[in-house]
Design a protein around this ligand. Structure first.
Ligand code: UD2
Ligand code: MN
Length: 553
């Protein structure tokens, strides 16, 4: 009996030991290594086999026909279960995506002139493709990878670096490691796309970096035109035309080749049609399109150039704003940003973010865009603050390093950028921002009164904007943040009120006076420079005002 007991105890101990070793073996590499580079001998993937049918013949997709990747098992691992919302996890229809093979054919959307271009592959540098992702669906991620391998000359793809930005499912990336050229980095915590991309760029070894989102499909001959342009011009970031993959049915839809990237003063990205001036600057419809802004996610850049000009602002979190920062920076610091019409890559555009923002979506976007505005937009940042008043007091972190970068690179002004790269955005003369000051150097000041119906006063000009910052609009308004300066019902007092189309709120600032647009009443200061009232216009120093722009050259 005693013997049997001893035997059983040893069995249990041995089993526990075995189990612990197995668990350690399975999990230690995935939890302790900060950057989880998976060396070749760890590429043991249950989905990898030699293609049992024919090692020579075509696999499910072209991986040199050496390996067989069990796509079905990979996708089955995370399929939508009955009753689950197919849009729930990814904000696109995952059920449809999961049913579309990774190596599907897509129609060639290139213009005919593109198809007769002859790219000398031997003369082109190889690229590392960097794809960061957070909780991407397996089917879209796999299609991105497969489309790169299937539609690029093999010698031009050095490696595909997946940066798993702390996704819940670690296997989504790990299982792809059997695919040739695929490397994986995993962050230790959620970083956001900027820091994730920079990690990927740091690990990259090819002379050119190509960034893609994790739900893309590269078209035939997408890569050569991008690399060719980088050979022609080093100080450049180049983007393909971004075709649309429907978030509902995953159809590949051609995007217009006559668009460039732009923005509004909220710092929201938008597509603009090419102006006549843009068209005149191009000899052919396949010439590069000079673009004020990139959409953000899809571009190639020489690796050293990317780091020389300051990679990214690594204090930007999660999502958003980095495309403004990099576009302003490249243009202002003597480079160029272009869309190359012969290169086309599809992207699943969606209507909302499928993932969480630890600090909230709004605050994160405000922080990121404020960082871009503060460093690159000079006085024009006032237009941003006018459009987004909440950003003014918002903490955006330390900017010293990025400002130093701008100084070190001897970059041009934002005015230069607007005049030369995005003239459509140059504010018109009736949209000025500045101070309204009188002969004694006292400025019109809200004195911090912001509620509807409060009065304005005068205060020595301090040059800091804020309460003394006024913006004129094409509706002849004079505004501070979102409030307007209007006359009261008796046309004697000046009030800060809600903006409206009433004649009380329309002003003419042309003659060193501030005069009601439809009436002979002018801003008149009190003799002691404390308040302002409306009086009949006459030639007197108490009605002399100067609008002086805060905008720096
Ligand atoms: C666009 C860009 C995107 C980025 C963004 C502005 C295109 C086609 N897309 O928004 O690349 O520039 O504007 O910031 O130009 N991701 C992470 N970690 C995160 C959040 C996102 O790795 O915390 C990944 C995400 O999985 C995806 C990429 O970053 O691969 C871009 O995110 P998105 O697809 O949600 O952004 P999108 O296309 O709406
Ligand atoms: Mn995307």
């Amino acid at each position: 009996m005693k013997k049997l007991f001893r035997f059983l105890t040893s069995c249990i101990i041995i089993s526990i030991l075995l189990l612990t070793t197995l668990t350690l073996w399975l999990f230690i590499p995935s939890t302790t290594d900060p950057y989880l580079h998976f060396p070749d001998d760890l590429r043991q993937n249950p989905l990898l086999q030699r293609n049992p049918d024919s090692p020579e013949a075509e696999g499910p997709f072209n991986l040199g026909n050496l390996m067989y990747f069990d796509e079905k098992s990979y996708i089955d691992g995370t399929r939508i279960k009955p009753g689950q919302d197919p849009y729930g996890k990814n904000a696109f229809n995952q059920e449809v995506s999961d049913d579309i093979p990774a190596g599907r054919q897509i129609s060639d959307q290139r213009q005919v002139q593109c198809k007769i271009q002859n790219y000398q592959i031997a003369g082109l540098p190889a690229t590392s493709v960097v794809i960061c992702y957070h909780n991407e669906a397996r089917s879209t991620l796999l299609r991105t990878v497969v489309s790169i391998l299937d539609r690029s000359p093999p010698e031009l793809i050095k490696e595909i670096i997946l940066v798993d930005d702390f996704s819940d499912d670690i296997e989504t990336g790990r299982l792809l490691l059997t695919i040739p050229k695929v490397q994986l980095i995993r962050t230790e915590k959620r970083e956001g796309l900027v820091r994730a991309r920079v990690m990927g760029a740091n690990a990259a070894t090819a002379p050119v970096l190509t960034f893609l989102d994790s739900h893309c499909e590269c078209s035939p001959v997408w890569l050569q035109p991008l690399l060719q342009r980088i050979v022609e011009k080093r100080n450049i970031i180049v983007s393909p035309i971004i075709d649309i993959i429907s978030m509902d049915n995953f159809k590949y839809i051609s995007a217009s080749s006559e668009l460039k990237g732009g923005f509004d003063w909220n710092l929201h990205f938008k597509w603009d049609t090419l102006t006549n001036r843009d068209k005149q600057n191009r000899l052919s419809s396949i010439d590069p399109i000079s673009t004020p802004m990139i959409a953000g996610g899809l571009f190639s850049v020489e690796r050293n150039y990317f780091f020389d000009i300051g990679s990214y602002d690594k204090d930007m979190d999660i999502w958003g704003g980095e495309n403004f920062e990099i576009s302003f920076r490249v243009w202002q610091c003597h480079g160029a940003v272009e869309i190359i019409p012969c290169s086309r890559v599809g992207h699943v555009f969606r209507k909302k973010h499928p993932y969480t923002f630890p600090e909230g979506n709004g605050p994160t976007y405000t922080k990121n865009t404020k960082r871009a505005a503060e460093v690159w937009m000079d006085g024009y940042k006032e237009y941003y603050y006018a459009a987004r008043p909440g950003a003014r007091g918002f903490p955006a972190g330390d900017l010293t390093e990025r400002k130093k970068l701008r100084a070190d690179l001897n970059c041009k002004s934002f005015r230069w950028y607007l005049e030369n790269i995005y003239p459509e955005m140059l504010p018109s003369t009736d949209q000025r921002i500045g101070v309204i000051k009188n002969i004694d150097n006292y400025c019109l000041d809200t004195l911090g009164h912001t509620s509807h119906g409060s009065t304005v006063g005068l205060y020595p000009c301090h040059g800091e904007g804020g309460n003394q910052n006024w913006m004129t609009s094409d509706k002849h308004e004079i505004k501070n943040e979102n409030a307007c300066l209007c006359a009261d019902g008796t046309f004697t007092n000046l009030l800060i009120t809600f903006c409206s189309d009433k004649p009380e709120c329309a002003w003419d600032l042309s003659e060193h006076t501030v005069k009601l647009l439809n009436g002979n009443k002018c801003f008149t200061r009190s003799p002691d420079n404390t308040f302002v009232v409306l009086e009949t216009c006459q030639d007197t120093p108490t009605q002399y005002w100067e609008f002086s722009s805060l905008l720096i050259a």
